[in-house]
Write a protein that binds this ligand. Structure first.
Ligand code: GLN
Length: 236
């Protein structure tokens, strides 16, 4: 189970998800507190952000532990945006450790991360091709296909999660996606937390980034929609 986190609101740096909080993604990469599958997230990391004047996000990902890339702290500190998404990866047994298997996946204006695992047979017929044989790459391709066909962000996530989840009873499909103006996420087999920081914005994370009050657990099998007006949680 990997860990992921996102922010939508007043511009912040990626360090606000990774390095600044006590239990940010850097700490979660080697000492996650609530992770049920996998002990450390050392098989890669990635981050995506929406830079001024650019429609598509900037995405930086690597197949090394986040603590092993000495360029990340300065990059994360200077990458500021109203919409941020980052992830650290613990590869599922049998999945390749390579850059193209590492979240966030991106296509056009979208970013997507997957915490969990799913039988590839349950997702392979939901898309034509994927950039890696990793299950998450197929999940991302299935979501992007629906988004390119005009589906709303939350609808695309909900459709892929419920279709793949129906085919694989063991699937864990916590997805987190961004389009630059909103976030969407699912809970299907793992934890997810929300923190409303009104009026500045909303944090979404697999597990709390710190011990401040205000983190709320999202119920299992939910769809979370985050806009500048706040977050909405719907049953899946
Ligand atoms: N199954 C995905 C992979 O191998 C995600 C793993 C995870 O959530 N730990 O990358």
């Amino acid at each position: 189970m990997c860990r992921h986190a996102a922010w939508l609101g007043q511009p912040r740096s990626l360090s606000s998800l990774i390095h600044d909080p006590e239990y940010g993604l850097l700490r979660q990469s080697y000492a996650p507190r609530l992770q049920r599958h996998g002990m450390i997230n050392a098989d890669g990391f990635g981050m995506g952000w929406y830079a001024e004047g650019r429609q598509a996000p900037v995405r930086y990902r690597r197949a090394v532990p986040i603590w092993g890339d000495a360029n990340v702290p300065a990059l994360a500190e200077s990458a500021g945006s109203h919409c941020l998404l980052a992830a650290v990866r613990s590869a599922t047994a049998g999945m390749p450790v390579e850059e193209s298997a590492t979240a966030p996946f991106t296509d056009g204006p979208w970013l997507l991360s997957h915490n969990g695992r799913v039988a590839r047979d349950a997702v392979r017929d939901l898309a034509d091709a994927a950039e890696s044989t990793c299950d998450s790459a197929w999940v991302a391709a299935a979501v992007f296909l629906r988004l390119r066909a005009g589906a709303a962000l939350g609808d695309a996530l909900a459709e892929v999660v419920s279709t793949a989840g129906a085919k694989d009873a063991e699937a864990r499909l916590n997805l987190l996606a961004a389009d630059g103006t909103s976030l969407a996420a699912t809970t299907w087999g793992d934890t997810l937390f929300l923190r409303a920081e009104a009026p500045s914005g909303t944090l979404v994370a697999s597990e709390p980034l710190d011990d401040r009050p205000g983190w709320h657990a999202v119920p299992e099998r939910s769809l979370v929609l985050v806009t500048p007006r706040g977050a909405e949680v719907l049953p899946l």
